[in-house]
Write a protein that binds this ligand. Structure first.
Ligand code: URA
Length: 199
């Protein structure tokens, strides 16, 4: 598994399949546990991610960490990646042809990882992975089984930075996610946040 994964990562890092390769500084392949049962998928790297080569490390990523820790989840226990692995200039939406070309990497990541649960962060990810007409405001927090994987779409953390009024809805989605992880995953990754710290 590790060999397969690092071969895939190396291959992806040399990708020239679409025009995003001309403006990127890094290919952002993903980070976290490749043997996790839970995979998070965002849209595409932003500026900080392009500079560091790591997903969700800018302001949106910090908010994501905060939402996760609110339900006892930590990034080190999941794997996190994006639909497109290279930054679209000026943070525009990745174009359909860019998404389509880049999906070969995510498809292979999913094939190797075999996650039980995929969390789609934002519209683009949910429209690619769940269904093309997915509406985040209407369908967030709903778990749908597809190819034997349970998928759920929720708000993109960047959208929550622009529109903080939706944060409670997203927190509720993460509470549902925590319950699903506890129900389905063989290895618990949820910390008991009600436990008192030891002196
Ligand atoms: N937004 C995303 O969709 N992905 C990242 O990695 C960072 C911001």
């Amino acid at each position: 598994m590790n060999d397969k994964w690092s071969d895939l990562e190396n291959e992806c890092k040399g990708c020239l399949s679409c025009q995003l390769c001309q403006t990127r500084h890094s290919v952002v392949f993903g980070m976290g546990r490749t043997d996790s049962e839970v995979l998070f998928v965002g849209e595409g790297p932003g500026q900080t991610e392009d500079e560091t080569g790591l997903p969700f490390v800018g302001r949106a990523g910090q908010l994501l960490d905060k939402i996760m820790s609110g339900v006892g989840m930590y990034r080190k226990d999941i794997y996190i990646t994006n639909i497109v692995k290279c930054r679209p200039p000026q943070n525009r939406d990745p174009r359909p042809e860019e998404q389509q070309q880049c999906m070969k990497w995510l498809d292979r990541q999913i094939e190797i990882m075999h996650p039980r649960i995929i969390v789609c962060l934002g519209r683009i990810s949910a429209q690619v992975l769940i269904k093309p007409d997915f509406r985040v405001t209407k369908e967030h927090g709903v778990f749908i089984k597809k190819d034997d994987i349970l998928m759920m779409g929720t708000f993109h953390p960047s959208a929550l930075l622009r529109n903080p009024g939706n944060r409670p809805l997203c927190f509720e989605d993460f509470r549902l996610l925590r319950d699903k992880i506890n129900e389905l995953c063989t290895r618990s990754i949820i910390a008991d946040i009600t436990a008192q710290p030891e002196n």
